[in-house]
Design a protein around this ligand. Structure first.
Ligand SMILES: *[C@@H]1O[C@H](CO)[C@@H](O)[C@H](O)[C@H]1NC(C)=O
Ligand SMILES: *[C@@H]1O[C@H](CO)[C@@H](O)[C@H](O)[C@H]1NC(C)=O
Ligand SMILES: *[C@@H]1O[C@H](CO)[C@@H](O)[C@H](O)[C@H]1NC(C)=O
Ligand SMILES: *[C@@H]1O[C@H](CO)[C@@H](O)[C@H](O)[C@H]1NC(C)=O
Ligand SMILES: *[C@@H]1O[C@H](CO)[C@@H](O)[C@H](O)[C@H]1NC(C)=O
Length: 254
């Protein structure tokens, strides 16, 4: 079997969960690593720095129909109460990879992890969402803790049907969910690796590093090195800022 990306791996897993995960995972990663280092086919002006009030990270804007899968790996951060903030408060940050939601006005398909801090206790929930918070799913078979290295990806099967996968790279455990959104089709024109606000203020999440960020397109994979960079700025205050290297996207709590 030939896997173009973690996401293709996930699609195959959906078809047959009987295959040996660890060997597939290892091969898929080696392939991604090779391809990311060699591939950068999407031409763009790229590298602009943009402010947002609620999310930070890297996003590539392209023409409709460009992105079929987005994936990356990251290590789950330990969240802390920000300096000067209420120690018994609730805080959350959402670490996701996704298709659309930036320049595509109709839809977004994202998957990742909600990092929460409630009364000083961290917790992690893996989730996938297609456009509406109501149209979301958690991964039932995955329990997450600080320091876990996970791979996450989304694939658009077509504009209204998608799939998300999470792989625990320490153990090879994986989970996947399918989502459909018949009324809000994807444009498949934005690819993103971001940290955004949840329902509460952001915790101090240190630095989240997306390694091997990869976007699958009809003409092959692209990495994030030409993506635009977005920081979270409210008023004159930077809450989080992003940076990009050829093989990673980092988002740091300010
Ligand atoms: C960066 O953002 C500008 C608009 O601010 C857009 O025109 C350009 O296509 C974007 N570049 C990439 C690589 O997404
Ligand atoms: C934190 O969230 C929990 C449940 O999610 C809620 O019961 C509690 O009141 C919240 N605490 C604060 C300080 O908002
Ligand atoms: C990943 O594996 C580690 C090590 O066995 C385990 O502690 C953790 O709960 C697992 N996480 C997921 C996402 O399954
Ligand atoms: C999209 O893919 C799903 C799953 O394969 C399929 O059920 C659905 O009919 C497809 N929709 C379109 C518009 O092709
Ligand atoms: C982002 O916000 C900072 C702080 O307010 C400001 O100095 C900077 O010019 C803004 N950048 C853009 C691209 O608007």
């Amino acid at each position: 079997m030939y896997f173009k990306s973690t996401l293709s791996l996930v699609l195959a897993l959906a078809a047959t969960t009987a295959v040996s995960l660890s060997s597939l995972q290892g091969r898929a990663e080696a392939r991604i690593a090779r391809r990311v280092s060699g591939a950068n086919k999407l031409r763009s002006e790229g590298g602009e720095e943009v402010n947002s009030t609620d999310w930070a990270g890297a996003v590539i804007n392209a023409s409709p129909g460009t992105f079929t899968s987005i994936a990356a790996s990251f290590t789950l951060p330990t969240p802390y109460v920000p300096e000067g903030a209420d120690p018994s408060g609730n805080y959350s940050a959402v670490i996701v990879v996704g298709i659309d939601g930036n320049t595509c006005p109709t839809a977004t398909l994202q998957a990742g992890v909600v990092v929460s801090l409630e009364d000083g206790q961290p917790s992690y929930t893996a989730l996938a969402q297609f456009s509406s918070p109501l149209n979301s799913a958690t991964f039932p078979d995955i329990s997450l803790s600080a320091g876990d290295l996970i791979a996450v990806g989304v694939t658009a099967v077509n504009a209204t049907s998608g799939m998300a996968v999470i792989i625990n790279q320490s153990t090879g455990e994986s989970g996947y969910v399918s989502l459909t959104s018949p009324d809000t089709p994807l444009c498949m024109m934005d690819g993103e690796w971001i940290v955004r606000f949840g329902d509460e203020p952001l915790p101090n999440f240190g630095t989240v590093v997306f390694t091997y960020p990869v976007a699958e397109t009809p003409s092959g994979p692209v990495d994030a090195s030409h993506a635009n960079i977005t920081d979270i700025v409210q008023g004159d205050t930077f809450l989080a800022y992003a940076s990009i290297s050829p093989s990673s996207v980092s988002v740091t709590f300010a």
